[in-house]
Design a protein around this ligand. Structure first.
Ligand code: PMT
Length: 415
């Protein structure tokens, strides 16, 4: 149910922290990837070792750890999640969230986040009822922070009343409800091409390029995260296959064309692969040897144009065909001409001049070229480009579904 979804679980320090272990286990059982941040106080109740064992990931907690910051960083911690869940959310952390205080990794990550947040409060009944806590909760609700619970019952302090953290099963169900609501491309099919092609010269040599597959793979991941059934046709890369995506590995442009055609019909095709324009007319089946007569004469022939061919299909043309344009000069003008020539609906233009780092790097600066307009996007990570493009695709294919709210709406807000 939560296959491929990424949850950042922030555990703050209350006796209910023991329930977080069960929450991690249930989320993992549903197929979610769970990364955890623990406050200093949480470490007094449960051990980071138990959390790491259950989440099968490193546990983060120190804002000042050079290792953690260089590996992950508090900004990436939240950006790489679909949803931030604070469970248990203590009165203290709720107060810090409300005031915008960033004095530890948990609070800093929450403040730096652009992702929806769901809190599961847990505290003593008097703390819960205190006007300060209620005022803080009202501030968080006004900012769109979702809440589940707390429930009434026996509290760890021996008192009875509101303050028990909701049960892990209820929290998982609420998370699933939210994430399913966010699946705007559910029931839609997507084809993405990624990476380079390799055109053989002989059994050990080939013509290729520096595409790493980072941009194409990120697009496949973003479409799958919105619920699209996604086929990723990719040349050789070392990028991991995104969760929930069907990978078809190919080497040559001809193989990429037939795998792309086999994936039809789809609602959207995004051609981010760097396809070799040429191949050797007849590659040798034996390794070419120096024969004393100088270098071999390689005759090149043109490869099929996969983008033009998918965009030109009559019966099963995808509703939206999106190409990429890798340019080194007159980026937008060339991309406009390319969009028309290849017959695609949109083209994503990027500058691949030496020094831009577009090929192989983590970031990209793109222009989304439509028939009549051009959107100039600021420099951002390839992942952010992918997510923004996926949002545009969802808006075009399913115009009646607005983007999901910044945070889930959670029932049971009264107490
Ligand atoms: O993989 P990364 O390291 O993350 O780098 C990303 C990228 C630079 C490869 C990517 O952002 C990008 O620009 N991809 C398109 C590269 C390319 O081949 O551009 P082009 O301008 O040569 O081709 C235009 C379009 O036609 C592209 O959509 C391409 O996939 C397609 N094409 C090109 C030739 C061909 N024979 N068949 C095609 O389908």
């Amino acid at each position: 149910m939560l296959q491929g979804r990424r949850i950042l679980l922030i555990i703050s320090g209350g006796i209910a922290a023991y329930k977080s272990l069960e929450l991690i286990r249930r989320l993992r059982d549903q197929g979610a990837a769970v990364r955890c941040v623990m406050t200093e106080a949480a470490r007094q109740f449960i051990t980071p070792l138990s959390v790491a064992s259950l989440s099968e990931d490193k546990v983060y907690g120190d804002l000042w750890s050079l290792t953690d910051e260089s590996e992950m960083g508090h900004i990436r911690l939240s950006r790489e999640a679909d949803l931030l869940v604070v469970a248990p959310a203590t009165a203290d952390l709720i107060a810090r969230m409300s005031a915008g205080i960033a004095d530890d990794l948990a609070a800093t990550t929450l403040l730096a986040s652009d992702k929806p947040v769901l809190i599961a409060p847990a505290m003593n009944a008097m703390m819960w009822a205190h006007p300060a806590t209620q005022a803080n909760l009202a501030v968080l609700a006004s900012r769109g922070v979702g809440r589940i619970g707390p429930a009434a019952g026996d509290l760890a302090c021996g008192e009875v009343g509101f303050g028990r953290m909701s049960e892990p099963a209820e929290i998982v169900a609420e998370i699933a409800r939210f994430l399913v609501k966010n699946q705007r491309l559910s029931g839609r099919r997507a084809l993405v091409t990624s990476g380079p092609t390799r055109e053989p010269i002989d059994p050990v040599r080939y013509i290729s390029n520096h595409s790493s597959g980072k941009q194409g793979h990120a697009i496949a991941a973003a479409l799958a995260a919105l619920g699209a059934e996604t086929v990723l046709v990719s040349g050789p890369t070392s990028e991991p296959t995104p969760a929930g995506v069907k990978l078809i590995g190919i080497e040559t442009a001809a193989e990429m064309l037939s795998a792309s055609e086999a994936a039809l019909p789809v609602d959207v095709a995004v051609m981010a692969a760097a396809v070799s324009d040429w191949r050797v007319a007849s590659s040798s089946t034996q390794k070419l040897k120096k024969n004393g007569k100088g270098p071999p004469n390689l005759r090149l022939v043109e490869n099929p144009d996969i983008l033009a061919s998918i965009a030109g299909r009559s019966n099963d043309r995808p509703a939206l065909v999106i190409g990429f344009a890798a340019e080194t000069e007159n980026v937008v003008a060339n991309a406009r001409a390319k969009r028309k020539r290849k017959g695609c609906d949109w083209i994503v233009a990027n500058d691949v001049s030496p020094g831009t780092g577009t090929f192989g790097g983590e970031r990209n600066t793109v222009h989304l070229v439509h028939a009549d307009t051009v959107e100039d996007w600021p420099a951002m990570s390839k992942r952010d480009v992918a997510e923004r493009l996926a949002e545009r695709i969802a808006a075009a294919l399913v115009p009646d579904t607005a983007a999901a709210p910044a945070s889930p709406r959670v029932p049971g807000a009264g107490h």
